[in-house]
Design a protein around this ligand. Structure first.
Ligand code: NDP
Length: 433
């Protein structure tokens, strides 16, 4: 704590991992001798810099940006970039730390890192977003590279922003190095199914958890928080698998649509108009909108938090359990607080932690890197099938690891232990890195 003062979210995510690693150190005492835990909690490199840019009124704006290169034992640093006013070092470090274990779980050769800025894209014009992205990359580009560090999107960063960043990287380096960013457009090196991958993957993981209990998504009432990239595609896949998604949200309020969400309308509002979810209720009067409402009070059988960290508290978890919820999977990173996780565990609910449940995004990013390396482009069906297979493998790994280390049914323990052991072994093999 004293080494990283004030980094609340980072402390929370490290604590969550460390409290599950006891049995690993019993099995592999050499990891303690080699101080793997101390090393794995310390990023290999952290870069903090200023981003000056000019807004549409000609005024100079200054933001702060971060890239935390956490661990490269398994491959180049890999992890998204977030634009949100709440971004500070503690957020970027928690995301980077989780990314190390998540990426290890995918079984693909990628290390862990994360970046972001306190830039608020809301209400900014295309030109402002572009100038901001260009200024950010003018500094960050020197730390990136397809064999070094490969960023992607996250909150506030989608294909438009990746385009501006990749364009500036290309201009500065005079290289069309496709593999340096993922989440690119299909015409310039992107992968089919990448946009859909995190949301689809979270639903595939949920499906696996239910299958392990001889159940399925068919006919289930599902509540999904957020209305961004992850939430939209989680909704789409859940609907395809026969579930009824009845609610979504954004930072201002909650939509409840008992008919099941009209995904075309939601996408029109969120992706094309970039408007608030309240517009949904205006155009579909049978739906209800609650300003500042709590989405977790809505009775459902499956809950997928897909917005942001610590959005589902102990109190929310109790409400879900009392209302008959049987499965929760984290589409977002660390959306459930420690008290919420504890409540789910005590109630015997299937709980899929983000490191496992939302790993489909980064896994498909690694597939994008494979396509870039071979100058190839796979079909949607093939890429989605690979994603589904990866999610089933991650589920299996977490399930079996939890059993092996004495915590059957505890997917968090399974994910942390399996990810840790893989990275620790690589670090051991590479000496004192
Ligand atoms: P988007 O920016 O596309 O969407 C984020 C959604 O969450 C929006 O609806 C936004 O509402 C809401 N939201 C964001 N911040 C807050 C907040 N502080 N309070 C309440 N609501 C908030 O992001 P993504 O869908 O890409 O990311 C969502 C989560 O999934 C994040 O935790 C991210 O780290 C995680 N994730 C994303 C991956 C990806 O591939 N995109 C991969 C793995 C994890 P509003 O528009 O009103 O701000």
């Amino acid at each position: 704590l004293h080494r990283n003062p004030g980094e609340t979210e980072f402390h929370q995510s490290v604590h969550g991992v460390l409290q599950t690693l006891g049995p690993v150190l019993v099995k592999y005492p050499e990891f303690a001798d080699l101080k793997i835990i101390q090393r794995i909690c310390e990023p290999e490199r952290q870069i903090i810099f200023r981003v000056p840019w000019q807004d549409d009124r000609g005024e100079l704006q200054i933001n702060r940006a971060f890239r935390v290169q956490f661990n490269s034992a398994l491959g180049p640093y890999k992890g998204g970039i977030r634009f949100h006013p709440s971004v500070y070092l503690g957020i970027v470090k928690f995301l980077g730390f989780s990314q190390v274990f998540k990426n290890a779980l995918t079984g693909l050769p990628i290390g862990g890192g994360k970046g972001g800025s306190d830039f608020d894209p809301k209400g900014r014009s295309d030109g402002e977003i572009m100038r901001f992205c260009q200024s950010l990359i003018t500094e960050m580009y020197r730390y990136l590279g397809e064999y070094t560090d490969v960023p992607a999107g996250d909150i506030g960063v989608g294909q438009r922003e990746v385009g501006y960043m990749f364009g500036q990287y290309k201009r500065l380096t005079n290289r069309f190095e496709s593999g340096v960013f993922t989440g690119k457009g299909l015409d310039w090196g992107g992968s089919r199914a990448r946009t859909e991958a995190t949301g689809y993957g979270a639903v595939f993981f949920t499906q696996e958890m239910l299958k392990a209990r001889n159940d399925s998504l068919e006919g289930k009432r599902v509540v999904i928080s957020g209305a961004g990239n992850v939430a939209v595609f989680a909704t789409q896949k859940a609907q395809q698998l026969g579930a009824k998604v009845i609610a979504c949200s954004d930072s201002r309020g909650v939509i409840l649509d008992e008919d099941g969400l009209d995904l075309d309308l939601l996408r029109q509002i969120k992706e094309r108009e970039r408007g608030p979810v309240s517009d949904y209720a205006e155009r579909k009067p049978s739906a209800k909108y609650r300003e500042n409402g709590c989405i977790w009070e809505i009775p459902c059988e499956v809950a997928l938090p897909c917005a942001t960290q610590n959005e589902l508290t102990g109190k929310d978890a109790k409400a879900l359990v009392e209302n008959g919820c049987i499965a929760v999977a984290e589409g977002a990173n660390m959306p459930v607080t420690p008290e919420g996780i504890q409540t789910f565990r005590e109630a015997g609910i299937a709980f899929g932690p983000g490191k496992a449940a939302n790993a489909g995004g980064v896994a498909t990013s690694a597939l994008e890197m494979q396509q870039n390396a071979s100058r190839d482009s796979w079909t949607f069906e093939y890429t989605e099938a690979r994603l589904q297979e990866i999610m089933a493998n991650i589920h299996q790994t977490c399930f079996e690891t939890a059993e092996e280390y004495g915590s059957p049914g505890n997917y968090s323990a399974g994910a942390n232990i399996a990810g840790f052991v893989k990275v620790a072994r690589a670090m051991e093999a590479m000496g004192h890195i």
